[in-house]
Write a protein that binds this ligand. Structure first.
Ligand SMILES: [Zn+2]
Length: 313
């Protein structure tokens, strides 16, 4: 079947606001007088507003009706104006030859097309901006991830550094404590239980023999070895309490307390030096307190006495 033919737009004064968009094989005249159009039910004749030639009019009409769907009124009638209908027909992407339209409609069509193009440009611009925005967003996310990672790394490094400092402090603390422990051991000799016990036993026994023996001679068998064993148990208890008492007195002596204070001060200053990265040392000559960086071998220059000396902190 030959599909070549015309697509037309017609109006009828009896149907204001309505258009007929259809196809025909015959050339639509400016005054459409086809019998099938001008039936008894229509009082006035149809007027052709536009027509164009298409290689496939069936497809063209189908597509044109589809494009005008929002204006559909019934059968082949649409509630819209002529320029809008023409624009719809000519926006189908198939070749055609425009044969007739009114100049005033052409002007309106140009306006509609210009508006459409402007709208398209606006949409394109919006798409371009959206794309740009998406790219920026992506970049921002990438940077955020990078900064998160670097922050995480920084935290881990900080933690490791802190752990190292803690380990160093523990080591130093142990050394200081050991030093003072040894010092206290040397200065305050702890009485040995195994020395006290026999000593007390002998002393008490001797006292018994030399003092009590004279008064109670004959009553208690003092010289009996059994007496020795009677004495030995309270002597052990006494030796135990004596040892602890001496130890207690030593611990509470001002000398020992001052040593412990000295130890605590040394620990505190050591901790401070690790935390601040600086240690306080005394100039060996003028004893001025000098702040020096820790964990370094260096020469220190005393500003007070002009002495230069090497230290390892
Ligand atoms: Zn000095």
């Amino acid at each position: 079947m030959d599909k070549k033919g015309f697509i037309y737009v017609m109006t009828n004064p009896s149907m204001p606001g309505l258009l007929k968009v259809g196809m025909t094989k015959k050339v639509p005249t400016h005054r459409a007088l086809d019998k099938d159009l001008n039936t008894a039910g229509v009082p006035t004749p149809f007027q052709t507003q536009y027509y164009a030639f298409f290689d496939n009019m069936i497809f063209a009409e189908q597509q044109a009706h589809k494009k005008l769907q929002q204006f559909y009124h019934g059968k082949e009638f649409f509630k819209t104006d002529v320029p809008t209908a023409i624009c719809a027909i000519e926006s189908i992407n198939i070749p055609f030859t425009k044969l007739y339209s009114k100049p005033e409609d052409d002007a309106k069509i140009a306006k509609i097309r210009a508006a459409k193009e402007a709208e398209q440009r606006k949409q394109e611009e919006a798409r371009r901006l959206k794309k740009q925005y998406d790219e920026l967003e992506k970049e921002a996310q990438r940077l955020k991830k990078l900064s998160d990672e670097s922050l995480q790394k920084q935290i881990v490094e900080e933690q490791q550094k802190y752990e190292k400092i803690e380990a160093a402090i523990d080591e130093q603390r142990y050394k200081i404590e050991k030093k003072y422990e040894d010092l206290i051991k040397i200065k305050f000799v702890e009485p040995s239980f195994w020395l006290c016990w026999p000593l007390i036993t002998i002393i008490v026994w001797v006292i018994f023999i030399f003092i009590v023996i004279e008064k109670f001679s004959g009553i208690i068998p003092i010289t009996d070895t059994r007496t020795f064993f009677i004495i030995i148990i309270p002597a052990a208890l006494f030796a135990y309490f004596l040892k602890n008492y001496i130890k207690y007195r030593q611990k509470n002596s001002s000398k020992c307390k001052s040593l412990i204070r000295q130890r605590d001060d040394e620990i505190e200053s050591m901790c401070n030096s690790y935390m601040t990265g600086k240690a306080i040392i005394n100039c060996p000559d003028c004893h001025k307190k000098l702040r020096v960086p820790i964990n370094k071998k260096l020469f220190v220059h005393c500003p007070e006495c002009d002495l230069k000396f090497k230290i390892v902190t």
